[in-house]
Design a binder for this molecule. Structure first.
Ligand SMILES: Cc1cc2nc3c(=O)[nH]c(=O)nc-3n(C[C@H](O)[C@H](O)[C@H](O)COP(=O)(O)OP(=O)(O)OC[C@H]3O[C@@H](n4cnc5c(N)ncnc54)[C@H](O)[C@@H]3O)c2cc1C
Length: 448
């Protein structure tokens, strides 16, 4: 008999990686993943940057090596000011210190690699597409998921991997004001370009990726140019802009047109008297409007714990703690959650408890896992706040005197080794070592 019956809502980065770890650790489990998207378009588009902590999880899953030739591998981020003067080269990753470089890659490539692994384990994992979860109800004995088409299913535990606009979170979080993520007052607009189109404007041949900081919020506070393929020829570029009011500032209309997004970038960075360098102006001018997209930044409040009263509903990834992409750690946190939770579930479902997780032992394991992940989120949030402040426009640190302070702060943080400490705290995380503390050696032996 298959036990336990594990239901995962969402086949994004966290859902797929969790299912893969579970097959290794709970070989008798039945794992069903319900996904709202159609099987023909299983992933969203765009690129993501994966730091060593994220890549370590993918290495444990056996897919990291296959990703190396498909993305841009690098160690340092070059910081410049708006006039293209060099500020600093910030180490982000590196084989000698962390075992991994950083990797910028198309999201769909990572998603496809995970899907291929899932296909190899099709005897244990089933993905049911076109299934939109509507609500979740738990009882002492089991948990039921209701779908918008009127059907339902029952299992021993449900893991919410349904992302930033999670439906499961709504059935889980008690206070309605914490159901939905909060708009942070910042949006990102970006597009794509090739190196051959803009290299001649990289006058000092600064190593990519480039992160540039500007002096005045009205003319843009930051501009990033980042390769995302192995050869380093395909680039993504983007800026973070302050748009304080979600309802009245009109950014929702940006969804109406890519030409509009390009024209906003032109107004911000290339209007008469713009202080920005040629590389930024030319990148926008030469870019194809079709490649543009925008993302409002949202943040979820972190619940007291990531599991429900009867331990049958568990939140991970963006459903648990969505954060703005400025810290570049959302996917990394989703992967870390997935791996640590898989070890924890393997420890919670023992031979004695069978398929019941709603036991003192099951709740104790989940409590340790949840406390640990909440502590981890605090560290990441501090780092993300620092990154967000550095990119902020429309307030404080981007005008005149404060801009100079910001530039010096970047230098000082580097000099004092604070950036290095933060980087180590982020990059060195190893889910296997962390989880061994509360799940014990028996489970970890199965993880190799
Ligand atoms: C512009 C941008 C740039 C980013 N850059 C980075 C980066 O550089 N580095 C990084 O680490 N992170 C980055 N992130 C964050 C990262 O993308 C997310 O944190 C990560 O995708 C979260 O994974 P997840 O599995 O929790 O959710 P997702 O990957 O969003 O997956 C959720 C899945 O659930 C499905 N779903 C949703 N609702 C339902 C429902 N009701 N029923 C069934 N299925 C449902 C969705 O279709 C989706 O497949 C970025 C995010 C954005 C927006």
């Amino acid at each position: 008999m298959a036990f336990p019956k594990i239901i995962i809502i969402g086949s994004g980065l966290s859902g797929l990686s969790l299912s893969l770890f579970l097959t290794r650790l709970l070989p008798t489990a039945s794992i069903k993943i319900y996904e709202v998207r159609p099987s023909t378009h299983p992933s969203t588009s765009g690129t993501i940057n994966l730091t060593p902590n994220a890549l370590r999880v993918l290495d444990h899953l056996g897919i990291y090596e296959s990703l190396i030739p498909q993305g841009f591998n690098f160690d340092n981020l070059t910081l410049l000011n708006h006039q293209f003067d060099f500020l600093a080269s910030i180490p982000i990753a590196g084989i000698s210190e962390f075992g991994y470089q950083s990797l910028r890659i198309e999201r769909r490539i990572v998603h496809s690699a995970l899907l291929r692994k899932v296909a190899e384990r099709s005897s244990q994992i089933e993905i049911i597409y076109d299934s939109k979860c509507e609500s979740v109800e738990e009882s002492d004995a089991d948990v039921t998921v209701n779908f918008t088409d009127g059907t339902s299913t029952t299992g021993d535990v449900v893991i919410a991997c349904d992302g930033i606009h999670s439906t499961v979170r709504k059935s889980f979080v008690k206070d309605p004001k914490n159901f939905n993520p909060k708009y942070t007052g910042q949006i990102s607009i970006g597009g794509t370009i090739t190196k051959s189109q803009i290299q001649e404007f990289n006058i000092n041949n600064n190593p990519y990726p480039l992160m540039m900081f500007g002096p005045e919020s009205s003319t843009g506070a930051n501009f990033v140019v980042w390769p995302y393929d192995r050869s380093g020829d395909k680039f993504t570029f983007f800026t973070t802009l302050s748009k304080p009011d979600e309802d009245n500032d009109g950014w929702k209309s940006y969804a109406d047109g890519k030409e509009l997004l390009k024209s906003i970038m032109q107004e911000t960075f290339s209007s008469d008297g713009s202080p920005w360098n040629e590389m930024v102006k030319k990148t926008i001018e030469l870019s194809d409007a079709e490649g543009y997209a925008f993302w409002p930044y949202y943040l979820h409040s972190i619940p007291e714990k990531f599991y429900s009263e009867k331990a049958r509903v568990i939140l991970i990834g963006d459903a648990a703690h969505a954060m703005p992409p400025s810290g570049g750690q959302g996917a990394a946190m989703a992967f870390e959650d997935a791996e640590t939770l898989a070890y924890s579930l393997a420890a919670a479902f023992t031979a004695e408890s069978g398929s019941d997780i709603n036991t003192p032992h099951g709740r104790e394991i989940l409590s340790k896992w949840s406390d640990h992940r909440i502590e981890r989120m605090k560290t990441i949030h501090e780092m993300k706040e620092r990154m967000s402040d550095m990119r902020k426009g429309g307030s404080g640190s981007t005008s005149g005197f404060m801009f100079t302070v910001k530039v010096w702060t970047i230098w000082l943080l580097g000099f004092l080794g604070v950036l290095g400490r933060t980087r180590r705290a982020v990059n060195n995380y190893d889910a296997r070592k962390e989880a061994a503390v509360w799940v014990g050696g028996g489970v970890m032996a199965k993880s190799e």
